[in-house]
Write a protein that binds this ligand. Structure first.
Ligand code: PMP
Length: 466
């Protein structure tokens, strides 16, 4: 019995009851699902369709991931063909699609990398932590380099170690305490500078803080620094242009690995193939997921610079092999789909499209939203955009969470899905946009028009309540 796009009220009711009685959903109160009863049954381009026939412009591309857009049926065929040919064998042997995918990634990165396959962004970062530690064990035998320096408000995943590396209090507090090897430093959240300074007179104090932290912890204890180039979950924080080059120089100075989280930034989202490419830095370890396969199947990867990879080479007796394995790592069907996903991105020039369409969307947002006094900041790169909402621009006091939630709900009631950042109370007042890279101008116009009305509605609501 398949649930089709044709609304069938009886079947819809049955699925809703089945779900509510059996499924545990992530990150939302079940009461909200009981109310919305949203069952997604179809998706094409940038649009998803509910079982009751309602369509939504998905300005979040799912969870910031369906970069090539929904409904590419050729990917279903590729998965089917690969599964007929050879559905699975562990990656302790080689397989065609995974070798091709690793080669594609290496080419996109300039030819100096090897790729280790995993299944999610969290695992890609987690494997990265372990690569950094194992590398340090091989290369610095007299030292004990195990610490990761990360930033406040960062999000690197949902496993215990990636949560510990993250800097989002609201996501961490129910699982604490964590082990203490993740050390946090201030993030380049310039609209709310952690030092109360302004760029450029701040001299990117947040980058300098990394050096001070390495020194105070002891360089012989630090394995790596992890950064997401343009921080997404904290309401889209675009760093000053010299921030990442400075971080890279500090890493080089202390022989600390630079671990770059490209889970959201990667594969075109910010207008380049990878977010770090805006800043001319060269990761030692890079985590990719989401856009690598546009979420058509689960696959992710930890991409490792050859000088790090070479540390894992040796005679069998030396035990230098990568000391981890995932059952599904390098899954042939997922890899085959990812290969075609990347080809589509290159054929349709989707990173370039994200740059031009992102610039268009940014211009339209700037033109439409500043008239609302609650618009505090509009920032982003490519098709990764944050709109921070405040009670008034001078004080930058955050707009009340219920009102921010009201903006999201208003948009949804008017056919547009937008996101809202996490990051703890300090940044959760930001509306985030991360649409498929195939979003059209007309769809951008619809998005802006609905957001404009949503902010107008919110201002009116505030005036009514005053
Ligand atoms: N890193 C970043 C920057 C992310 O945004 C996410 C997920 N949103 C992850 C890592 C974790 O990815 P996953 O949900 O696939 O485990």
């Amino acid at each position: 019995m398949s649930l089709t796009n044709q609304p069938d009220p009886e079947e819809r009711r049955r699925v809703v009851a089945q779900d509510l009685q059996n499924v545990m959903h992530p990150i939302l109160q079940h009461k909200a699902l009981e109310k919305s009863q949203m069952v997604v049954t179809g998706a094409r381009g940038s649009t998803i369709t509910d079982a009751d026939g309602t369509s939504y412009l998905d300005a979040m591309a799912g969870l910031w991931c369906v970069n090539i857009g929904y409904g590419r049926t050729e990917l279903a065929q590729i998965a089917a063909e690969q599964m007929e040919q050879m559905a699975y064998y562990p990656h302790t042997a080689m397989n065609l699609p995974a070798a091709r995918l690793a080669e594609q990634i290496n080419t996109l990165m300039g030819g100096d990398y090897h790729t280790y396959f995993v299944n999610s962004g969290s695992e890609a970062n987690e494997a990265g932590f372990k690569v950094a530690r194992q590398y340090a064990k091989h290369e610095f035998p007299g030292q004990f380099r195990f610490k990761t320096i990360a930033r406040h408000y960062a999000y690197h995943g949902t496993t215990l170690a990636t949560l510990a590396a993250g800097g989002m209090g609201e996501r961490k507090m129910k699982f604490e305490p964590f082990a203490g090897e993740f050390i946090h430093v201030p993030a380049p959240t310039c609209y709310r500078c952690p030092y109360g300074l302004e760029y450029p007179s701040c001299k990117t104090a947040c980058a300098t803080a990394i050096e001070a932290t390495i020194q105070s912890e002891g360089p012989q204890t630090v394995a790596e620094v992890i950064v997401e180039p343009i921080m997404s979950g904290v309401g889209v924080a675009v760093p000053p242009d010299d921030y990442l080059p400075k971080v890279e120089a500090i890493c080089r100075k202390y022989d600390v690995l630079l671990h770059v989280d490209e889970v959201i930034n990667g594969f075109g989202r910010t207008g380049r193939m990878f977010g770090h490419q805006h800043y001319g830095i060269s990761p030692d370890i890079m985590a990719v997921a989401k856009g690598i396969v546009s979420a058509y199947l689960p696959i992710a990867a930890t991409v490792v610079k050859n000088r790090v990879f070479e540390s894992f080479l040796g005679e069998v007796a030396e035990s230098r092999q990568v000391m981890q394995v995932n059952t599904y790592g390098g899954h042939p069907a997922a890899a085959a789909v990812a290969v075609r996903n990347i080809e589509i991105m290159l054929e349709e020039k989707l990173p370039e499209r994200a740059a031009t369409m992102g610039a268009y969307l940014m211009d339209q947002l700037q033109a439409a939203l500043w008239k609302h006094g609650i618009t505090g900041d509009i920032r982003g790169k490519g098709l990764l955009i944050g709109i921070e909402l405040v009670t008034d621009r001078d004080s930058k006091t955050q707009l009340d969470g219920a009102l921010v939630g009201g903006v999201v709900e208003f948009c949804k009631a008017n056919g547009v899905i937008v996101g809202r950042s996490g990051g703890g109370s300090r940044h959760s007042n930001t509306i985030v946009l991360s649409p498929p890279l195939v979003i059209t101008r007309t769809e951008c116009d619809t998005l802006v028009e609905v957001l404009d009305r949503a902010l107008g509605h919110t201002v009116a609501k505030m005036a009514g309540a005053a």
